[in-house]
Design a binder for this molecule. Structure first.
Ligand code: NIG
Ligand code: FE
Length: 412
């Protein structure tokens, strides 16, 4: 049989082909196929079998994996992809011990990026987003969630969402968009956060009509939006047909994890200081915990999300970079896999579930991304690594050898 692409002599193949998000102890059950081959045709996975059987195929292109690791393309379920400027000057404030929320209170942090994003042209934002997407792709990511939230006014929020959509049209990676208009309180509404939330909620219809976002997200945090304000806003979003997400329990334990479960959020993100009760509720729910240990690292925290407890309690979790210009400035999800091993004490098996199948479910792409399965789109990464444990182990560098996106070789 003739196919477009054949990847053969695979040392270890992880197909991650499981139904539904993988919860609790099941995250430790990883199926590893040795000596495998994968055939790709018309952008899709055509066949999975042994390297011996693969000799039957004629392929336009054959990639000899030479005993290397092959996995699904990584899924990145939480980024702030589109923004203007950068915030390297805040590094000194961080070194002096000025807390993240204090920098924000003084009009810096997120609000500094809001100014740069309001000032930036559509074209500049697009060029920058495409650059970051290239870097994610080089690091083995093939599907990316992207949030707005650096406009905090109608015009700039729409500009960000439109840039994300266009970036998805122009770039081979798939983009899943989230409206995070409720990311901070802009100076214009400093005294009246509820009026600001009402303005953002007025955008729901237009965002739906123009198909600019699938999810609505909010930053539930001290000095930003309260649990009550978040509940009301998210329920209004659900009424308009959006699935919802929450930046929950990132810095102060306000009960954002419990709120995520209560409103049936598709994911509760950060959960760095989730309570035991929150963990219990999460484990009993369909909400996926998207854990961002790179953010805890970058904000200089001594404690990390109790992700170990979550998995042990039976929750489904994912991990992500949280790529953004303030609290986690990296496109390298492999680095986050190492931090997850060292600081969250997750096993390599749990980590691979967290960056593939579970990440896909956390952004509503469980049926198409995060697995290698016959008939599904061929998003595949070949790694310069002899086995799956090697990626979290050898940290801080890029192990990608070849990235296949929709059946085409994107990087090699
Ligand atoms: O997920 N916490 C809120 N939002 C981002 C940080 C955004 C920024 O600092 O620019 C986060 O950590
Ligand atoms: Fe975030």
């Amino acid at each position: 049989m003739h196919v477009d692409l054949l990847i053969t002599n695979i040392g270890q193949l992880l197909t991650m082909d499981k139904k539904g998000p993988v919860k609790g102890r099941d995250m430790n059950n990883l199926t590893v196929i040795e000596g495998a081959a994968v055939a790709v045709h018309n952008g899709k996975v055509e066949w999975i079998g042994s390297a011996e059987e693969a000799t039957e195929f004629q392929a336009d292109r054959t990639v000899d994996a030479d005993g290397k690791l092959v996995t699904p393309g990584l899924v990145e379920p939480h980024t702030h992809l589109v923004f203007g400027g950068s915030r390297e000057k805040e590094m000194a404030l961080k070194q002096q011990g000025v807390p993240y929320l204090e920098i924000l209170k003084q009009g810096g942090g997120i609000l500094s990026t809001v100014n740069s994003t309001r000032d930036a042209s559509y074209d500049d934002l697009l060029e920058k987003a495409l650059f970051h997407l290239d870097r994610m792709a080089m690091h083995g990511i093939t599907t990316v969630e992207a949030k707005s939230g650096y406009g905090l006014d109608k015009e700039t929020e729409l500009k960000q969402l439109e840039v994300a959509k266009e970036a998805g049209n122009q770039h081979p990676l798939d983009i899943v968009s989230t409206f995070l208009g409720a990311h901070a309180i802009p100076p214009e509404y400093k005294e009246d956060p509820e009026a600001f939330l009402a303005v953002m909620a007025e955008m729901f219809d237009e965002i739906k009509e123009k198909d600019l976002a699938e999810f609505v997200d909010i930053f539930t945090e001290t000095g930003v939006f309260s649990v009550e304000q978040s509940r009301k806003y998210l329920l209004a979003a659900k009424e308009k047909g959006f699935d919802v997400k929450i930046h929950a329990d990132e810095i102060d334990p306000l009960g954002g994890t419990e709120l995520a479960v209560e409103v049936g959020a598709i994911s509760g993100d950060h959960l760095a200081v989730a309570s035991d009760e929150g963990i219990k509720q999460l484990a009993a729910s369909d909400t996926i915990g998207v854990i961002l240990p790179g953010t805890s690292f970058y904000l200089g925290k001594d404690t990390y999300s109790p992700a170990r407890k979550m998995v042990d309690a039976g929750a489904a979790i994912s991990i992500s970079t949280d790529f953004n210009p303030g609290s986690s400035v990296t496109e390298n999800l492999q680095l986050i896999m190492s931090i997850a091993a060292l600081k969250l004490k997750l096993s390599p098996e749990e980590i691979w579930h967290a960056v593939t199948v579970n990440a896909a479910h956390a952004i509503g792409r469980g049926a198409e991304a995060g697995t290698i399965a016959i008939g599904r789109k061929a998003d595949i990464v070949l790694w310069d690594a002899p086995n799956y444990m090697y990626i979290p182990y050898h940290y801080g560098v890029n192990h990608v050898n070849t990235v296949v996106k929709n059946g085409s070789v994107l990087y090699e």
